[in-house]
Design a protein around this ligand. Structure first.
Ligand SMILES: Nc1nc2c(ncn2[C@@H]2O[C@H](COP(=O)(O)OP(=O)(O)OP(=O)(O)O)[C@@H](O)[C@H]2O)c(=O)[nH]1
Ligand SMILES: [Mg+2]
Length: 228
């Protein structure tokens, strides 16, 4: 997996497809660096694009909702424990009619962020179907995290935090609530994924094992408004 300019400019069309390999991702050293693919999935309107824009640009896309067509991507480089981790983040379309496009990218993803909208019960109920799809198309060892987005909309909330926690526990995946609008836990969600991927892809001598679940539990912040 190469480190360097992408064949396609970020935000323009389909991301380059590369074979999925965990180990020997990049030649290391001299400069410690890894390049990894993260995919955002979930129903249309849950806030995938907004989450990505918040993470990449620190801004919130307010106003009219422009549904993603097919798939889009953005790159962001994080420094994790002294190692540069380039995340290529694929923003998929939640609409059913683009599902076959999404399917084609699952197998190259190292991590998946699966989103639902805490103000939309149907998006939560569909998580099970998304997990079935992930099981069918993604790599067995893919890193997966469940995110309940839009927690800033306290008055419209219909999915309790406890329900998200319960579902995540059932499937053994880390969970947090986020807000692309306020920025709550957005950086944390991507950083946690990057840490896990970095630890998997390069084992430094004497480095203790990274535990994603424990890290998320320790670092996650509540919205302060909605812990009923
Ligand atoms: N209040 C609130 N609104 C949000 C949040 N995230 C997204 N939205 C709004 O929800 C709508 C949908 O957001 P998108 O990010 O475009 O949704 P998406 O999941 O990318 O949808 P598709 O591209 O169709 O799959 C937009 O009107 C956003 O402004 C959030 O954290 N809080
Ligand atoms: Mg979108």
């Amino acid at each position: 997996m190469a480190w360097g300019p992408s064949e396609v400019s970020p935000g323009q069309g389909h991301p380059p497809r590369k074979p999925h390999t965990w180990w020997g991702l990049t030649p290391l050293p001299p400069s410690l660096r890894v390049s990894l693919q993260v995919m955002l999935v979930g129903d249309s309107g849950v806030g995938k694009t907004c989450l990505l824009v918040r993470f990449k640009d620190g801004a919130f896309l307010a106003g009219s909702f422009i549904s993603t067509v097919g798939i889009d991507f953005r790159n962001k480089v994080l420094t994790v424990d002294g190692v540069k981790v380039k995340l290529q983040i694929w923003d998929t379309a939640g609409q059913e009619r683009f599902r076959s496009v999404t399917h084609a990218y699952y197998r190259d993803a190292h991590a998946l962020l699966l989103l639902y909208d805490v103000t939309n019960k149907a998006s939560f109920d569909n998580i099970q179907a998304w997990l079935t799809e992930i099981h069918e198309y993604a790599q067995q060892d893919v890193v997966l995290m469940l995110l309940g987005n839009k927690v800033d909309s306290a008055q419209d909330r219909v999915v309790k935090r406890e329900d998200g926690e319960k579902l995540a526990k059932e499937y053994g995946v880390p969970f947090m609530e986020t807000s692309a609008k306020s920025g709550l836990n957005v950086e944390l969600a991507f950083t946690a994924i990057a840490k896990e991927l970095k630890h998997r892809s390069m084992k430094l001598p004497n480095e203790p094992k990274f535990k994603l679940h424990d890290y998320v539990k320790k670092e996650v912040r509540g919205s302060g408004c909605c812990r009923s």
